[in-house]
Write a protein that binds this ligand. Structure first.
Ligand code: NAP
Length: 485
């Protein structure tokens, strides 16, 4: 990888403040999805190293919990500043291993760093409560304390930000972390580990482990010393981990799959709705959990919307994310390509019309054309499953009641979007959509200041905002007797 600060490139796991020596040949090769060139080899850990990290985290956490919150805040702020200082290199690492265009990678670093900064501030605001006594001699004091050691598993689609979003609240609240990044994208997480050391975070507090998922998952979930699991990934994996967390009754936060509806009512500002749909659909080649997966357009404006949408999507330039003029990079791997193709062929078999794209891009490899499918219907796979590719199926609808029923007809409940200029409808539809997040007249909704998260099978817990800290804190009360004189 061609970057300036070569120290950011690490090939070993980071355990108890040390980079693990290369083990006996147990390495995994990492490839750039844009051209299949090898980026490097990372060494894998086994159960022994994972347990060592858990032990180190236990020791570090006990000490860290006692560090004044102002000092915790300062350490996190140093990490924030280091992320900004290294933004360009960190962004390049994302693009090399994940494929997204550099512009998006730079945005991902700023987005992740913003969570570190936000929670650096929140560290100073972990307030408790004083409850009036239930007897004349009593007072009840409520305090909040860190949960303890947190196991953390992240996906490949935002290899830096999904980890930073968890590091911020976990470390600010006084927890320690044992983390496993996705196998396709370990370098972004290892770079954050390097910066955590540079920022002066104590050894053992933040550990990043390259390991087989099953081995890591079972070590973390069996350990009674690990008090919480935070996971971002697919709903299928999240369900498995949730079940396995029951044995030690761990606190669990899950950020899982989405299947976002994007609704355009006929009173919408059409230009703005088209721009919003493009932003919500094609970012990261359609590989985000909040991607618009189903675009519903009211029948009166259906053709006009499609015309404008097609014109603008035609301008998206597909290519290697490291090239300055690239708008859309490759898919992450062969499985992603297979799923995307399957969704398109299923849609055409069931009556969909390919209005744009529809096949592997002429660049070949893992590149897929930005695709639009008109005349989409509810029987298609695209109407029922997360595609995770650059495919926009457009459905026609007649009434508000009908579209809400169709939008909610999903086990997922992460993001949703709608466009209207009617105030009463804005309230009604926002309240009716069974989703954790609603974008009203916008296709971009995420910020460190808002509580990101889903309902139904899209997960539990929130990341960001003042609510984000609660996921890493226990509530304790102290009942004080004998206050009467
Ligand atoms: P995934 O297959 O569930 O993998 C996510 C992570 O879990 C990877 O590190 C994976 O490692 C690990 N994993 C899988 N099985 C495991 C097990 N039994 N024990 C421990 N770890 C295990 O998901 P993905 O395909 O990488 O990510 C895409 C999904 O993430 C999409 O569904 C997307 O919507 C969701 N997502 C949600 C959010 C959100 O905030 N709600 C954000 C981003 C992405 P291995 O690959 O080694 O198995």
């Amino acid at each position: 990888m061609e970057i300036i600060n070569k120290n950011l490139i690490k090939h070993q796991s980071y355990i108890d403040g040390e980079w693990l020596e290369m083990l006996d040949g147990s390495t995994t090769s990492i490839y750039n999805p844009a051209n299949q060139e090898k980026i490097g080899d990372v060494s894998s850990c086994g159960i022994k190293e994972i347990n060592k990290a858990i032990e180190a985290a236990c020791i570090a956490q006990k000490k860290w919990a006692k560090v004044p919150s102002k000092e915790k805040s300062e350490a996190l702020n140093r990490l924030y500043l280091l992320m900004l200082e290294n933004q360009e290199d960190l962004a390049k690492i994302i693009t090399y291993e994940q494929g997204k265009p550099l512009l998006e990678s730079r945005g991902e670093i700023l987005y992740g760093a913003a969570y570190i900064q936000w929670f650096a501030e929140e560290a100073k605001r972990i307030y408790g409560d004083i409850i009036p006594g239930h007897m004349s001699d009593r007072r009840t004091v409520v305090i909040k304390q860190p949960i303890g050691v947190v196991g953390c598993i992240t996906p490949w689609n935002f290899p830096s930000a999904m980890l930073a979003r968890k590091m911020g609240p976990a470390l600010a609240s006084g927890c320690a972390m044992v983390c496993k990044p996705a196998p396709q994208t370990p370098y972004s997480a290892l770079a954050l580990a390097y910066l955590s050391k540079e920022a002066g975070l104590p050894k053992g507090l933040f550990n990043v482990i390259i390991s087989d998922a099953e081995i890591f998952g079972s070590a973390i979930l069996k350990s009674s010393a690990v008090r919480k699991l935070t996971f971002t990934g697919s709903t299928a994996t999240g369900k498995k981990l949730l079940k396995a967390s029951a044995d030690t009754v761990k606190r669990v936060s899950l950020e899982l799959g989405g299947h976002a509806p994007f609704i355009v009512f006929d009173d919408a500002d059409l230009e703005s709705a088209i721009d919003g749909a493009i932003a919500a659909k094609y970012r990261n080649s359609g590989q985000t959990c909040v991607c618009a997966n189903r675009i519903y357009v009211q029948s009166k404006i259906y053709e006009k919307f499609c015309e404008g949408f097609i014109e603008k999507v035609k301008l998206i330039k597909t290519g290697n994310g490291l090239d300055d003029d690239t708008d859309q990079g490759p898919l992450i791997d062969e499985n992603a390509l297979i799923k995307t193709k399957k969704h398109v062929s299923n849609a055409t078999e069931l009556g969909g019309l390919i209005a744009l794209g529809g096949k592997t891009h002429k660049l070949g490899g893992l590149f897929f054309e930005p695709t639009i499918i008109k005349n989409s219907n509810d029987k298609m796979l695209v109407a029922n499953e997360e595609t995770f590719g650059p495919v926009a199926p457009i459905f026609a609808f007649e009434t508000e009641r009908e579209v809400i029923q169709r939008a909610n007809n999903s086990p997922y409940g992460l993001a949703s979007y709608f466009y209207t200029r009617d105030l009463a409808k804005s309230w009604r539809v926002s309240e009716e959509l069974e989703y954790g997040m609603v974008g009203l007249n916008t296709g971009i909704i995420s910020s460190e200041m808002a509580p990101f998260g889903g309902i139904k099978e899209s997960g539990m817990g929130r990341e960001g905002s003042k609510y984000g800290m609660d996921d890493y804190l226990e509530i304790k009360y102290i009942s004080i007797a004998g206050v009467d004189d």
